[in-house]
Design a protein around this ligand. Structure first.
Ligand code: ADP
Length: 469
């Protein structure tokens, strides 16, 4: 069922309930009013007759009958019956000859009670009441057709029925138009979103001037489009840069092979070409490796093997790894005031990925500083593990600091070889471990990269408290 139909039906249902309540209470109170009125009139009539009958010296029953027949109050086919204390009928009058009211002992007994008795007999409303005049108690039973009252009720029923059906129809029609108006902005937004594709991702949804829920929805979708556009553009830039980086050594290999194959060469020349190709292939291999690592770190985190890792053990592997990269690189490790318990140094994560992340930063510190030295210190602050990598290198300009984590971004003059991918990979890995990297750098003085990682003990507490890590 469409939302428009649902809103229309809901609206009509609410109106139906309200109309039903209003109409039934109007009818109920009108009915009560009519009954009260006829009861009052019949009682008055009965009391008058009782009083007339009690003055037997002036009025005899025949005269009272004449008076009864002469009174033409709007009571149709009225019948009056009077009973003495022994339940004998002592007087009877009816507009229609032979018309009697069904009166039995129970009726008379109830009439002698504290309240008037009211009941209906056929079309007639009947009351039975106890009247005592001149110390003589009689039960008066009076009945009549309340023609005016019933006609009024009939008319009221018709008016209520017409108003009810009319109201319901208006509610249905109104609900249909109202829901159409309500849903129009959604349709408009959906149409606009439909027109947006990867080719025109810069297009945005028109928010309109009025601040309401639809504007909020449009803004939310526009924000989503901003993020999508940003990531599309980033992906596009990444692919272009990666292709360019891969193409450069491949073109160099190709042209060297073409030139050397043009004619016969001496062994030394072949060796020279092979040496150059070997360097290009090594370059290609390390670039492919780092791209693979990047793809791994930015892929599905669920696919990465997670275990408890001791951060000091990861750091202890650094000197050997760095020497293998370049024998001039030197790393000094400082494990200051660490807590004695092993738990404080544990991290939930992947040891190899963590090693890559720290190694890239330490390798940069050695690569960019003239003394090729990096100092790596380990500390713990409020259940957060902090690895600081400090160097006395050239420093990074403040404006470049936010950009150095973008893939292929290279600050400086580019004299020192590199791909511009190391820090983006480190940043991805650290984010994967719910950590953060903070850079503090001063030009011509050096840089300090602080890697902040949540300790496993802290994460355990969080998950115990019901917060998903
Ligand atoms: P790469 O080192 O391959 O160029 P990275 O992503 O590792 O790529 O680093 C990005 C840029 O950040 C580098 O080009 C360099 O300009 C700057 N950088 C990173 N670490 C340092 C450092 N310790 N000292 C000075 N500059 C640095």
């Amino acid at each position: 069922m469409g939302v428009r139909l649902q809103i229309t039906l809901l609206f009509a249902l609410i109106v139906f309930v309200i109309l039903s309540l209003v109409c039934s209470s109007v009818y109920f109170f009108s009915y009560q009013n009519r009954v009260n009125s006829i009861r009052k009139r019949l009682t008055n009539r009965a009391i008058t007759t009782a009083r007339l009958l009690s003055h037997s010296e002036i009025f005899n029953p025949q005269l009272v009958q004449k008076i009864d027949s002469a009174t033409t109050v709007a009571l149709l086919n009225k019948t009056i019956q009077v009973y003495d204390s022994k339940d004998n009928m002592i007087y009877a009058f009816s507009d229609v000859m032979g018309d009697t009211l069904p009166v039995n002992k129970s009726v008379l007994d109830q009439a002698r009670g504290p309240n008037n008795l009211y009941f209906t007999s056929g079309e007639k409303d009947v009351i039975a009441c106890h009247v005592s005049t001149n110390n003589v108690g009689v039960v008066m039973v009076a009945g009549a057709i309340d023609k005016d009252g019933k006609d009024n009720m009939k008319q009221l029923r018709l008016i209520i029925l017409i108003s009810f059906i009319g109201g319901l129809f208006i509610a249905l029609a109104g609900g249909y138009f109202f829901s159409g108006g309500l849903l129009r902005p959604i349709r408009k937004i959906a149409d606009e979103v439909n027109e947006i594709s990867a080719k025109n991702l810069a297009r945005r949804i028109n928010k309109g001037n009025i601040e309401d829920e639809w504007t909020y929805l449009s803004s939310t979708l526009n924000n989503l489009l901003n993020r999508l556009q940003e990531s599309f553009e980033m992906q596009g830039r990444f692919i272009a840069n990666a292709s360019h980086e891969l193409l450069t050594p491949l073109t160099s290999i190709l042209s060297q092979l073409e030139v050397s194959l043009q004619r016969e060469r001496v062994a030394g020349q072949y060796q020279q070409v092979m040496q150059s190709i070997y360097l290009d292939v090594r370059h290609l291999s390390s670039l492919t490796q780092i791209l693979l690592d990047l793809a791994k770190a930015s892929g599905n985190p669920a696919g990465i093997e997670i275990s408890l890792v001791r951060i000091d053990e990861v750091l202890l592997r650094l000197p050997g790894e760095l020497i293998r990269q370049n024998e001039n690189y030197f790393v000094s490790l400082i494990f200051g005031d660490l807590p004695p318990e092993e738990e404080a140094l544990l991290i939930f994560g992947n040891e190899e990925l963590l090693l890559i992340a720290v190694k890239n930063i330490v390798s940069n510190a050695c690569k960019y500083s003239a003394d090729h030295k990096a100092v790596v210190s380990l500390g713990i602050q409020k259940k957060e593990i902090i690895v600081r990598v400090t160097d006395k290198g050239p420093g990074i300009p403040q404006a470049d600091i936010p950009k150095i984590f973008q893939p292929f971004y290279r600050a400086g003059d580019g004299e020192i070889p590199g791909f511009g991918l190391g820090l983006s990979l480190s940043s991805l890995i650290i984010k994967l471990h719910k950590g953060n990297i903070v850079v503090d750098s001063e030009l011509n003085a050096g840089s300090c990269f602080s890697i902040l990682l949540p300790a496993a003990a802290d994460l355990k507490e969080l998950s115990n408290a019901g917060i998903q890590s």
